[in-house]
Design a protein around this ligand. Structure first.
Ligand SMILES: [Zn+2]
Length: 368
């Protein structure tokens, strides 16, 4: 039922946002369970994980990330009633637009910390699909798909950097691109890293589960999906073992594997930082050579609303590109790619649809 739980730090303490099913009220199991009880239950589980946080406010949102109402438990109300009233200022009462929300999530550094609630039991989280709202005017893309697409875009950005800056290609470029994506996300999108990497890994593992091992392609340019999943998880963990131990616990790495990850990840992080250092622009002076383009198609508007291309573009503007490059989202069926001749990162909407479907499939799987 809970899609995810986000804790946003602001001057009043912590605001917990959690998403619930749009038809929460229609589920017989919830007939007697008000938002109030529901909020309380979520609050208690959050409190267990965060015993030292002093303050909490709970907002109940619908899956379109529009606020339905807010409720707090009696204890919170008693303790923090005035704070809550103050927090319910214009900025909080105003509808939260998904684009703004995604942007705030990805801005990362100080504002928001994201935790996925019980993300991999596959039972309850019901991601939103591209269903129309009652108004018929809107469509949204599940966070799972946005996260997978984020890693995909940074992977393509890795190819772009390697080619445009003539970086040495010292191993399979596909592996290097996964490495760049993961290193960048762990170093620059810290607060979102766990969720992006988890969802990318989960997507690869799912895709692997769809392939009969007898049909594994050992000879192609790409590593097997299952291998990519574990390599990326290992690099992610090794980037900050103290921070991300719990986030990869579900993958069952051995102690010895983890120790290897801790040894090798810093080498990759230093490697990227060494080769990219001379191509970065000074802080506060972004490149004007990175453009975002949206084509037509049923997902164009929803994709734009996620803000994910803009977030990647903002990161890419930190590099001193010799020639203009574009990030292009369009109605096509060619996955995602970096074109050297066009200097373009292309993301096709069929690829996004694939991850939207995966979100649906994964959320429907029985608990493990
Ligand atoms: Zn690639």
């Amino acid at each position: 039922m809970v899609d995810h739980l986000d804790a946003i730090r602001d001057e009043t303490g912590f605001v917990i946002l959690f998403l619930i099913e749009k038809d929460f009220r229609n589920d017989p199991a919830n007939k007697e369970l008000g938002f109030f009880d529901y909020g309380d239950r979520i609050y208690q589980s959050w409190r267990q994980e965060n015993p030292d946080q002093e303050k909490a406010i709970i907002f109940v949102l619908d899956l379109k990330e529009r606020m339905l109402s807010y409720e707090v438990s009696p204890q919170i109300k008693e303790q923090w009633g005035d704070e809550i009233k103050n927090a319910m200022s214009d900025s909080f009462v105003a509808p939260i637009k998904r684009g703004d929300y995604a942007q705030a999530l990805m801005d990362g550094s100080s504002m928001i910390r994201t935790r996925v609630l019980d993300p991999y039991n596959g039972s309850d989280p019901k991601s939103v699909l591209t269903e129309d709202l009652d108004t018929g005017l809107d469509a949204t893309i599940p966070l799972f798909a946005i996260n997978v697409v984020a890693h995909v875009l940074y992977h393509e950005a890795g190819h772009a950097l390697i080619r445009e800056f003539d970086l040495p290609v010292l191993a399979n470029e596909e592996v290097m691109a996964d490495s760049f994506a993961t290193v960048w996300i762990t170093q620059q999108q810290t607060d979102r890293a766990a969720q992006i990497v988890s969802d990318r890994v989960r997507s690869w593992l799912y895709e692997d589960s769809e392939v009969n091992p007898a049909n594994y392609d050992f000879k192609g340019e790409h590593e097997l999906d299952i291998r990519r999943a574990y390599q990326v998880a290992c690099l992610f963990y090794g980037a900050d073992p103290a921070k991300w131990t719990l986030d990869i616990a579900w993958l069952g790495f051995s102690e010895s594997d983890l120790s290897d990850c801790s040894d090798t990840a810093p080498d990759q992080i230093e490697g990227w930082s060494a080769v990219l250092a001379s191509h970065m622009r000074p802080d506060g002076d972004p490149s004007e050579k990175v453009e975002v383009i949206y084509g037509e198609g049923p997902l164009a508007e929803a994709m734009q609303a996620t803000g994910i291309l803009e977030i990647v573009a903002t990161d890419l503007r930190r590099f001193d590109w010799p020639e203009p490059i574009t990030l292009h989202f369009d109605h096509c069926d060619r996955g995602a790619s970096w074109s050297r001749s066009e200097r373009r990162i292309l993301l096709c909407d069929d690829y996004v649809s694939r991850f939207i479907k995966q979100a649906e499939t994964l959320s429907a799987l029985p608990p493990k």
